[in-house]
Design a protein around this ligand. Structure first.
Ligand code: ZN
Length: 285
């Protein structure tokens, strides 16, 4: 279910072109057919859609190259696969992508904007009316963090049901809900815990945060860095970074954080600047 994009753009546009040509002229427009078939061939080989969709595209390809092409049948098959692709896009709310060893939750910023803003405005009673958005689950006590996790889970569950008012609540819907909730909750737990109004402030002696533009609020904030629970995990992320960010010549390294006691990765030059500061624990050995 991860990293899902039904029918790529090139395939979609070929299918649409064929559909239009059949609907308008009751025949297949063949002047680019060789090129189009090779794009379909590549798509079929890469095979990264669901089995059903790939199989349907294969039927379409076979139909197009068959000596006695039935355009009505072809049109029917194209409409069917387009509908299948749309349905699968709807069923997968979120997709994950790993960039530089960090999991990027694609498109969620936009998709969850409403929920995120609601969470940002919420206050936590047990923390003396603290804004939920300022709560960093990595640095607070496990007890409080669990409470906040439950609050976020509950809010995302409510959001799910606001969006999916369905009567036919079956097993597949339940699995979908579970999947959605897991993704949505971890996205929001990552969102909260940043510091606001830091536009002119320097990051100072801690590297638990990075200064970043927050697309949710349009402000410059200190965003907490991606947390790794062990040195091994952080080193894996460093390797991934080196594999994917080949243009970045600065040395990157894993370090243990003095703030959350977990691991982050960052550029070495920046860390040396802070290495003589006692608040900053460099690679605790
Ligand atoms: Zn930290």
């Amino acid at each position: 279910m991860v990293s899902y994009k039904a029918l790529n753009t090139a395939v979609k546009s070929i299918l649409n072109g064929w559909k239009n040509s059949i609907e308008k002229y009751n025949k297949l427009d063949t002047w680019k057919i060789g090129e189009q078939l090779s794009i379909l061939g590549r798509y079929l080989r890469n095979n990264d859609d669901s089995k059903d969709i790939v199989r349907q595209v294969r039927f379409i390809r076979d139909c197009v190259i068959s000596p006695n092409l039935n355009v009505n049948q072809l049109l029917y098959m194209i409409n069917k696969v387009v509908a299948m692709a749309e349905a699968s896009m709807k069923s997968v709310c979120l997709s994950l992508k790993k960039i530089n060893g960090r999991i990027k939750l694609q498109g969620q910023g936009e998709r969850f904007k409403g929920e995120t803003m609601r969470l940002f405005d919420e206050r936590i009673r047990f923390k003396g009316n603290m804004l939920l958005r300022n709560f960093d689950i990595e640095t607070e006590t496990p007890r409080d963090s669990r409470k906040v996790r439950r609050i976020v889970e509950k809010r995302m569950c409510q959001a799910y049901h606001r969006r999916n008012k369905r009567i036919d609540y079956d097993d597949s819907q339940r699995r979908h809900e579970h999947y959605w909730m897991k993704r949505a909750t971890s996205f929001q737990l990552y969102n909260i815990g940043q510091m606001e109004n830091v536009g002119s402030v320097c990051r100072g002696n801690s590297t638990h945060w990075k200064k970043e533009y927050d697309e949710q609020t349009g402000k410059i904030v200190f965003k907490k860095k991606m947390v790794y629970s062990s040195e091994e995990e952080a080193n894996e992320a460093v390797k991934e970074w080196q594999r994917t960010k080949t243009h970045d010549k600065r040395e990157i390294t894993a370090y243990k954080c003095a703030i959350c006691k977990k691991w982050h990765i960052g550029h070495k030059s920046k860390m040396e600047e802070y290495s003589d500061n006692e608040n900053y624990v460099q690679k605790a050995g």
